[in-house]
Design a protein around this ligand. Structure first.
Ligand code: LLP
Length: 443
């Protein structure tokens, strides 16, 4: 990219974005305006090479710095679709699934069930039975009731089920309250601090048909440094040493959850996954030797950091309205139905006028969706080259928790998800919903 282009676009957020000779925004070398014209809008684009690159950052670094058998599990809640499970499998990742819907999707494309880790704080008897039918490798158990229900079903089937217990290490990573899950006061897991986790482990070790192999914790989301993971690792390894002392059982797996952040806006820091994993590994080694505890296999559950910066959503602008003395609104043909994150968390995003990506970003507006709700916004005070009706507006870094959290509110059909392959070819991974799809469950 030319320097002048850099000046008008601001510093590019991610290296898979660019501007072509027509002044259009490109993703993975493809013209986003051209793709929007051929697939229609709203359109969700995914850069496959970027997804694979992020996966490799985890698989390769984890192989290098953690104990043998360590592995990343793609937290598929960030973007669950058949194509993502195919890609995750081909990159040697495991997967974290949180529902039977995700499990069904993974299983339907032959994702190896021994590498599936089944989460959830309220697995029903039916969920447990379905997951056992599928042959899920590991249950990440949340609570006492689940352990008893799973033990009974596994015993009936004459199998021994591999289990990891979710505990809360009592860490507050200072992210948004709603995505902060490692604290003692949480609906997830069982607290170490209160002594309840130790009690539950002692009870679990007496249950038939379950094999406890390790512990899980998840400290939060959107972490731009490794401190929460390092703090968690210290607490967890000391606790694993205490479990060994009190029960004689040496746990061999430590799952530190997901949560690394991604740059959504220029003010977010640059972030290197390999560098951070190295820091965590060094601390784990120190901590194991301080506790005289064998280095456990490490599992991580990255979701956002795998898919977020691979995604761009392209909309068509319908109107540009300036309220005299107040502010301007740019309305697009999607909204909270395909990206509810501003409505839910006031999440920051970067927008670009994809049709005029080389023009100066000198217009500030609130970007609004098309839904009948005033809170249906993509963001406020967003800077862009002034659009006009028909321009394509790109919202960057939408690969995680956008399509995954989409809805049919107002009976707006969901956009398609189109992957751009490393050779530049495009393929539809999820087709656009039709009105018939939207009404298909009505009787
Ligand atoms: N593991 C567990 C147990 C989790 O609860 C989560 C996210 C992850 C892994 C993946 O975390 P990640 O690497 O993606 O940060 N909807 C929110 C995010 C909710 C995250 C919930 N758990 C958002 O749009 O920001």
């Amino acid at each position: 990219m030319l320097d002048t282009e850099l000046n008008v676009m601001g510093k590019m957020l991610h290296t898979n974005l660019g501007v072509n000779d027509e002044g259009h925004l490109t993703l993975a070398g493809r013209d986003t305006v051209e793709l929007a014209e051929s697939y229609g809008t709203p359109l969700m684009l995914m850069d496959e090479a970027r997804v694979r690159m992020r996966m490799r950052e985890y698989t390769e670094t984890m192989r290098e710095v953690f104990a043998p058998g360590s592995m990343p599990l793609f937290a598929s809640k960030a973007l669950s679709c058949k194509e993502m499970y195919r890609i995750a499998h081909s990159e040697g990742m495991g997967t974290d699934i949180v529902s039977c819907g995700e499990l069904y999707t993974a299983n339907s494309v032959g994702f190896p069930m021994e590498k599936a880790y089944f989460h959830g704080n309220n697995k029903t008897d039916k969920d447990i039975s379905y997951a056992l039918d599928c042959g899920v490798g590991t249950f990440i158990c949340d609570n006492r009731e689940e352990l008893y229900a799973l033990s009974a079903q596994a015993k009936d089937r004459g199998i021994t089920q591999r289990v990891i217990l979710r505990v809360t290490p009592g860490i507050d990573p200072h992210t948004h309250e709603a995505i902060n899950t490692g604290k003692v006061d949480s609906k997830f897991g069982t607290a170490i601090e209160t002594g309840q986790a130790m009690e539950l482990i002692k009870e679990l070790l007496t249950l038939p048909a379950l094999e406890l192999v390790g512990l899980h914790c998840h400290v939060g989301s959107l972490c731009f440094d490794s401190k929460p993971f390092i703090d968690a690792a210290h607490i967890m390894i000391a606790f694993m040493a205490a479990v060994r002392e009190q029960t004689g059982k040496t746990l061999t797996v430590l799952n530190l959850g997901g949560g690394y952040g991604v740059r959504y806006v220029e003010s977010d820091p640059e972030f290197s996954i390999p560098e951070n994993l190295r820091l965590v590994s060094a601390e784990i080694k120190k901590c194991c030797s301080a506790n005289n505890f064998p280095e456990p296999q490490i599992l991580l559950e990255p979701g956002r950091s795998i898919v977020a910066d691979a995604g761009v959503t392209v909309y068509t602008v319908g109107s540009v309205k300036t309220i005299t003395g107040y502010k301007s609104y740019v309305s697009v043909d999607g909204g909270m139905s395909d990206n509810p994150r501003y409505a839910l968390y006031k999440s920051d995003y970067t927008v670009l006028n994809a049709s005029r990506a080389a023009a100066e970003r000198d217009f500030t507006a609130t970007v609004a969706g098309r839904l009948c709700e005033s809170g249906d916004l993509i963001g406020e005070d967003m800077l862009m080259a002034k659009p006009q009706r028909g321009d394509k507006l790109a919202v960057l870094v939408t690969g995680a928790y956008n399509y995954a959290m989409s809805s049919n509110y107002n009976r707006v059909p969901r956009p398609p998800v189109v992957f751009i392959a490393p050779d530049g070819e495009t393929r539809v991974a999820i087709r656009r919903e039709t009105f018939e799809d939207v009404a298909k469950l009505d009787v």
